[in-house]
Design a protein around this ligand. Structure first.
Ligand code: UGA
Length: 428
């Protein structure tokens, strides 16, 4: 099938590369000349495991093409995957989505199906229909991939949400996704556009609420002598609850949760529904970032230097948008701390936002600092080498992800007289 995609960010590019890999003819369009030039050479503009290889295969096969020209001729399905950033009032800024819709309107032909993949507030498909007119079908197909696991999520989806009002749109999207659902075509869930739009906000907010809830409990644990690792295990082994998204940490970040939770609160308010539960998810997240920062400061004397391991908002990405590392850095610098930082992938993006920190290798840093803080759950931070243990002798680790909170690791820390402060557990 011939497909066009507007937007080559995480969502648009992963979608394009995966669709081309399964045999579709995909044309990706972006207004950034710089990005398109990179993509024509199969170079991803951001780090995502497996993407480079997929792009190379798509470009080599001729099934994946890129351009700044909005050529949609012959495309049966046109995806809109441009950004919907947060406006100052908390709502989603849809200007890029509507700009693309007007571009499509000037070039579309009867029977084409226009699909929103960007996260858009409930009612957006309805507005798009009024822009595009009766001859064009409109559908909503929100993306559910996670950064760092995007290709795996797209290639083996647990569900595909499709909202539409016409049989033609449902049929077209079934054809788009059938190569991904060889074993189980029932993973497509069909509904109307408004429901599909709300599924995305509902899912992201539910996950964010779980994180805020466990973070809240972790703070209580510290006060009452409980241990969040046992509490999480006990709560999560109720089959109705489960273990996922119940890891305490420095607060959620990224380009999705903060913006989507805020947009859902806005949509609830607009509809006259009390958004208290949703708003509290955000304020609790902010409180957790403050709590982690206070903990670091409590363990740092005046002139001491602090090292951060992990700058990305989560592991396996180079993305630092709304990352806890940005907030924590700002606060530590405000308190005149000297800051050393390390991340396997995200240092270049972090330094664009926070140029006042010194980057080093993880070992070199340990010679300079008095307190080590672990902020991102990269696998490589789950153990310390003998050399690192020696360099940390007598110093403090604040582990905001509880990565080292395993008896074997804790024993080594005790042997080296290293003070260990995890989240929601007693300092050792
Ligand atoms: C999220 C959703 O998980 C995807 O399903 C969705 O498609 C995507 O947003 C989107 O809307 O496009 P993502 O932002 O890539 O994906 O990251 P997550 O893996 O969900 O993590 C979000 C944040 O929560 C990270 O900062 C992570 O470290 C934190 N987190 C996650 C915790 O603190 N504890 C947990 O138990 C899980």
């Amino acid at each position: 099938m011939k497909i066009a995609i507007f937007g080559t960010g995480y969502v648009g590019l992963v979608t394009g590369a995966c669709l081309a890999d399964k045999g579709h003819q995909v044309h990706c369009i972006d207004i950034s000349e710089e990005k398109i030039a990179l993509l024509k050479q199969a170079t991803p503009p951001f780090y995502e495991p497996g993407l480079k290889e997929l792009l190379q295969r798509g470009v080599d096969s001729g099934r994946l093409t890129f351009s700044t020209t909005p050529d949609i001729s012959g495309a049966q399905v046109i995806f809109i995957a441009v950004g919907t950033p947060q406006s100052p009032n908390g709502s989603a800024d849809l200007s890029a989505v509507f700009a693309v819709a007007h571009t499509i309107k000037e070039r579309c032909t009867k029977g084409q199906v226009v699909v929103t993949k960007s996260t858009v507030p409930v009612g957006t498909a309805h507005i798009l229909k009024t822009i595009l007119g009766e001859d064009i079908y409109v559908a909503s197909n929100p993306e559910t991939l996670r950064e760092g696991a995007a290709i795996q999520d797209f290639m083996s989806p647990d569900r595909i949400i499709v909202g539409a009002e016409d049989k033609e749109a449902f049929d077209a999207l079934r054809e788009v996704y059938s190569p991904f659902l060889i074993r189980d075509q029932n993973r497509i869930q069909e509904m109307n556009c408004a429901s599909a739009e709300l599924v995305k906000y509902g899912a992201n907010t539910m996950l964010a609420m779980r994180i805020s809830f466990i973070n809240l409990l972790s703070q209580l644990c510290t006060h009452v002598g409980a241990d969040i690792r046992d509490v999480r295990q006990g709560i999560g082994s109720d089959y109705r609850i489960g273990m996922h998204f119940l890891y305490p940490g420095p607060g959620f970040g990224g380009s999705c949760f903060p913006k989507d939770v805020s947009s859902l609160a806005f949509q609830l308010r607009e509809a006259g529904v009390d958004p208290a539960l949703v708003s509290a998810t955000l304020s609790t997240n902010s409180a957790q970032q403050h709590h982690i920062t206070r903990t670091i400061l409590e363990h740092t004397k005046d002139s001491e230097a602090v090292g951060l391991w992990g700058l990305a908002f989560k592991a396996n990405t180079d993305d630092v948008r709304d990352s806890a590392s940005i907030f924590v850095s700002q606060q530590l610098l405000k308190h005149q701390k000297k800051l050393y930082v390390h991340d396997p992938q995200a240092t270049h993006n972090y330094l664009k936002v926070q140029p006042h920190a010194t980057t080093t290798t993880r070992q070199e840093m340990l010679k300079e600092i008095d307190v080590l803080v672990i902020l991102t759950e990269w696998n490589e931070y789950r153990t310390l080498t003998q050399e690192e243990l020696t360099l940390l002798q007598g110093k403090t680790i604040v582990d905001a992800r509880n990565l080292l909170a395993r008896e074997a690791e804790l024993k080594k820390l005790r042997e080296h007289n290293i003070t260990y402060v995890g989240v929601g557990m007693r300092a050792t």
